[in-house]
Design a protein around this ligand. Structure first.
Ligand SMILES: [Ca+2]
Ligand SMILES: [Ca+2]
Ligand SMILES: [Ca+2]
Ligand SMILES: [Ca+2]
Length: 480
């Protein structure tokens, strides 16, 4: 009886997933089950006898997609953006060669629909940087526990002093197969798997074939790999919320170096950047010995500087030679537009880069909640509700949070250091495919636009996990 019910449910799920035949292929150590279309499988069998050149060509087609994304992202934002823009990311012809037409398609997880991909890239600043995130941010992630965070912190900190529930090298030395821990920054998200308490389910979630879609076997509980909770939603694991590759360049929207208001600055440069009155106010604060912690401090700020009234030649040391005098001025930065200007043009450190800020324009609600704290759940709702309607100019800095009354001045200053409005590194997932042969290659790359010339920071071949979606759909579409 039970058995029949399972069968009925399975048939239903399969219908829902479309005309798809499932084949079990042992691909990775995790023995992943993948979905493959009948047509594609037949084509693949034919193609399997073809020369290896075919494989090289599908790899080249996919890598062309990586370079294509790098090229697009190096230019000013195009109309349609980079989040979901089929015109520039779906079914792009690379070449016709060896009797086949080679295409690539760049795709990513679709927040609105886990049964359809979006055509675009993913800004890694939309995630939390595992190397710089404070404990409370990590603990606020739904899947994290204080014990896991203790072990993660021990793994990344340079010392050998274990946290209360953590594990340092000594623990790993006692494993059947001991290994050295990083005791420094993680270099790939996969390294999480080396940390005590972390496992594939936690890191990868239910998306066993990495196709960003909820496949039937990922929504049937323990009936098939992976073991999922069959709740009709795709849990994408910590890798969807964490990154090891995000950093910001301290440059303005025109890619010019920001001015460090705690360093030595040229008055005329400062004036040109933020206007005379704001420049004068900053100089007044600096003369008073003020050290800024973030440019947002200038919003609605007032500052009292102590000056001496000695007025002239040096007096002899002694009582009554001069009386202290104070002067209070208030900052001209009061509107969202003047705030946007100082956020764009100014910084508070001489470092060329900064780390750890999350992009308020692209982060998921879960990430924003973890970063801003559960006390700010209303703020997160308002951010998500408003940001889709912003034009690129408005979303160029985080000042829109203040301008749209999402937060008042004081709350803004508290959250501003944790947020940014722009990413410099992107994750690209791309399939390169031959329309006639059905040969394909899937690559995952992280590209970095903050270096002098754009570069690939990370590249992985995901082809072994199977075809991400039925290729005949692509074939039909491209054939139109
Ligand atoms: Ca350590
Ligand atoms: Ca999947
Ligand atoms: Ca399953
Ligand atoms: Ca689920």
């Amino acid at each position: 009886m039970m058995h029949n019910r399972w069968k009925t449910r399975t048939r239903h799920t399969r219908r829902r997933a479309g005309m798809v035949l499932y084949a079990i292929l042992v691909i990775t150590a995790m023995a992943t089950m993948i979905a493959a279309s009948t047509m594609f499988r037949m084509q693949a069998e034919v193609a399997a006898s073809a020369s290896y050149v075919r494989t090289d060509q599908s790899w080249s087609a996919a890598y062309s997609g990586v370079k294509h994304a790098m090229n697009i992202l190096s230019q000013p934002p195009s109309e349609g953006g980079n989040y979901d823009n089929p015109d520039i990311y779906a079914d792009q012809l690379v070449c016709s060669e060896s009797g086949d037409d080679w295409y690539f398609t760049i795709y990513a997880f679709n927040e609105e629909d886990d049964e359809a991909v979006r055509y675009g890239v993913t800004d890694t600043a939309s995630k939390i940087n595992v190397n710089s995130a404070p404990r409370k941010t990590l603990e606020a992630l739904p899947e994290m526990t204080p014990e896991l965070v203790d072990c993660l912190i021990d793994f990344r900190d340079s010392d050998n002093e274990p946290q209360e529930n953590g594990a340092e090298q000594e623990y790993y030395n006692q494993l059947t197969h001991p290994y050295s821990i990083r005791n420094g920054s993680l270099t790939s998200i996969e390294e999480l798997l080396l940390i005590k308490g972390f496992n594939g389910t936690l890191v990868y979630g239910e998306d066993a074939n990495f196709n960003t879609l909820l496949d039937a076997n990922e929504d049937d509980g323990d009936e098939s790999h992976p073991d999922d909770n069959s709740d009709g939603m795709l849990n994408r694991g910590l890798r969807s919320q964490l990154t090891v590759m995000s950093y910001q360049l301290n440059v303005d929207s025109g890619n010019q170096k920001q001015i460090n208001i705690n360093g030595s600055i040229s008055s005329s440069k400062l004036r040109n950047a933020v206007g005379a009155s704001t420049a004068e106010f900053i100089e007044f604060c600096r003369k008073g010995g003020k050290k800024f912690t973030h440019p947002s401090e200038l919003l609605n700020m007032s500052y009292t500087a102590t000056t001496s009234s000695s007025g002239g030649s040096r007096r002899r040391r002694g009582r009554g030679s001069s009386s202290p005098k104070t002067e209070t001025r208030s900052s001209p930065v009061k509107s969202a537009s003047s705030l946007a200007r100082v956020l764009d043009k100014l910084t508070v450190s001489s470092a060329p880069v900064s780390m750890g800020q999350v992009n308020v324009n692209t982060a998921s609600p879960e990430v924003l909640l973890a970063v801003l704290g559960s006390d700010n759940a209303d703020m997160v709702d308002r951010i998500i509700g408003l940001r889709a309607d912003l034009d690129p100019e408005e979303s160029a800095t985080i000042a829109w949070l203040y301008g749209n009354d999402i937060v008042g001045a004081e709350a803004f200053k508290k959250v501003a250091p944790m947020l940014c409005a722009r990413g410099f590194q992107y994750r690209v997932q791309v399939i390169g495919f031959g329309i006639k042969s059905g040969r394909y290659c899937v690559l995952e790359a992280i590209i970095d636009l903050a270096s002098r010339t754009p570069r690939v920071l990370y590249l992985r071949d995901l082809t072994g996990l199977g075809v991400p979606f039925p290729l005949e759909n692509l074939q039909e579409r491209v054939g139109d």
